[in-house]
Design a protein around this ligand. Structure first.
Ligand code: NG1
Ligand code: ZN
Length: 526
């Protein structure tokens, strides 16, 4: 039985603002933090229902707005294997969040229970965490109220990164099984990743210390904790670690700042030859960069990470004699730099999917080893169970041992900036690459990403993995007309899934042309 009275009474303490329509998008619910109280309460109830639906498996809830400005906040659900919420439930989430009153909310819950045939007698289990945003504690209190209203068991993972929460969900649900993914604690996470990293570095020259820009977010806590686990083998120097001054989170620092502005955060100075990286506000995106011998900045984004990592894994698979059995593939979105696609396509299967981790993750699962990084630095590598089995059962060789350690250094549940940084450092050490050699694998086409505020972003519909517009009618033809004027140019328009804007991306042979094409296409959209 649904505790109707309990839910309704508690829901009354979290009234829905009448003027807001919430939407569960690619990054869950995300908007101004102070408007999200009712959403968090309802997500508590929803997460419990999802757990009941999945036989009492533990569901994760992460309270974060990632790279967005500090006043924003958000919440997303994590399914039992640590992956994003199954898409069919996104509509349920949206429906529950928009019920206008407590009574309507209870009715919507009842409807969901019926429609999805949930057995309410099954216990519900949820683990949740939040990032460092000032609206976090209140939102977590609302979430807890929702969980208690429906009598779910819950575990508070405290203030931690998005990838740690995903790791916890997976480890909790596989504990004591043959699929065990590690200890279900933060220490378990730190130990698993750092042990594998140290093994990968054993016998290699110690890499130079790595400067990590933590975006003044929760990644600072985790990077700091990692230090104790690296056992003097690798040094990380953390900057932008201010978790207390209002307004500093993601402000002029972090992965998104670097990617969008294509420049160093003003708080960072690099010595010639020095390499560094930036995390975003919940530490699931990673942007690398280095200064060349003249001190000039060069960015090494998600596409560069894909290229480095996928090429190295292919080398190891070949050296292990497993290239017939293990096929490595790459998944990209339309935002991948055209040069990266060209470079990779000559060497590996490359697939383009719509923006959003769930699409990339799902496509990556179709390969024995699927490598995906969005250009913005969010990504991971997935090894199929069969590939992992082959790698662990084959007679050990140095290539195979490296592959095994790569499996453990990577957080396969979701993009994980710190784990990805260790992977990158390990590959660079193995290939004796500096930033320069890594960067020279291919040369990025100049590109520009701009946001356009429109009256209704839902009027923009796309096809072909978001590379072409089908609506508004006639617009794509005009975009094509402009693109033709730029040799080697490419441009596309799509509605954002996380902000109320339309994004325009353009690439061309020169910086000036890429900028011009982007702004001219934006002019068509506006
Ligand atoms: P939207 O707002 O749909 O473009 C952004 C990123 C995605 C993904 C999501 C989730 C760009 C251009 N878009 O999506 O790649 O990371 O946020 O956080 O970077
Ligand atoms: Zn993020």
């Amino acid at each position: 039985m649904l505790p109707v009275k309990e839910i309704q009474e508690r829901s009354d303490r979290h009234p829905k603002p009448s003027d807001i329509k919430f939407q569960y998008g690619t990054a869950g619910f995300r908007t101004l933090g102070k408007t999200l109280d009712s959403v968090l309460f309802r997500v508590g109830v929803l997460a419990a229902l999802r757990s009941k639906k999945l036989d009492g498996k533990t569901i994760g809830v992460m309270v974060t707005a990632s790279h967005n400005p500090e006043p924003d906040n958000g919440v997303k659900l994590v399914d039992p294997r640590g992956e994003m919420l199954e898409s069919s439930w996104e509509a349920h989430a949206t429906a529950l969040a928009n019920a206008p009153s407590s009574a309507a909310f209870v009715a919507a819950v009842d409807e969901l229970v019926r429609a999805t045939k949930i057995d309410l007698s099954i216990p519900a289990r949820v683990v949740y965490a939040r990032d460092t945003r000032p609206t976090g504690p209140k939102l977590v209190a609302a979430l807890k109220d929702g969980l208690e209203a429906i009598k779910a068991e819950y575990r508070d993972a405290g203030v931690t990164t998005t990838p740690v929460l995903h790791y916890l969900v997976r480890t909790i649900n596989t504990k004591g099984t043959k699929d065990s993914y590690g200890e279900d604690t933060e220490e378990g996470y730190l130990t698993k990743i750092s042990d594998a990293f140290k093994k990968l570095l054993a016998g290699k020259p110690t890499p130079p210390p790595l400067l990590i820009d933590c975006a003044n977010g929760v990644g600072a806590l985790m990077a700091e904790r990692f230090k104790a686990y690296l056992g003097g083998i690798f040094t990380i120097n953390v900057v932008n670690t201010d978790l207390h001054t209002p307004g500093v989170l993601n402000n002029s620092c972090g992965a998104d700042f670097v990617k969008v502005n294509q420049k160093l955060p003003p708080s960072i100075t690099l010595q010639p030859g020095q390499r560094a990286c930036s995390l975003d506000g919940d530490a699931d995106r990673l942007m690398y960069y280095y200064a060349d011998e003249h001190g000039e900045f060069h960015m090494l984004d998600g596409d560069k990470i894909t290229t480095l990592v996928a090429s190295y894994i292919v080398e190891l698979v070949k050296a292990s004699g497993l290239d017939e059995q293990i096929k490595v593939g790459v998944i990209q979105t339309a935002y991948a730099n055209g040069s990266s696609t060209k470079y990779l396509s000559g060497r590996l299967p490359v697939k383009c999917v719509p923006t959003g981790v769930k699409h990339l993750h799902h496509a990556a699962e179709q390969y024995d080893v699927g490598v995906y990084f969005e250009a913005n630095g969010h990504g991971t590598v997935l090894f199929s169970p069969a590939a992992q089995e082959l790698i662990s059962s084959h007679t050990p060789s140095s290539a195979l041992t490296n592959l095994r350690n790569i499996i453990d250094v990577i957080n396969q549940t979701v993009g994980d900036a710190l784990s990805d940084a260790f992977l990158v450092e390990a590959v660079l050490a193995h290939k004796s690459f500096s930033g320069v050699e890594w960067d020279s694998m291919y040369c990025d086409l100049p590109n520009r990403l701009v946001k356009v505020v429109v009256s209704d972003r839902n009027a923009f519909k796309t096809e072909d993995a978001e590379r072409r517009l089908v609506s508004p009618p006639g617009l794509q033809v005009k975009v094509d007309g402009l693109v033709r004027k730029y040799g080697g140019g490419r441009s596309f328009v799509r509605p954002s899934g996380t902000e109320d804007v339309v994004r325009v991306y353009a690439e061309a042979a020169t910086r000036a042309e890429a900028d011009e094409l982007a702004f001219r296409v934006a002019g068509l959209v506006y």
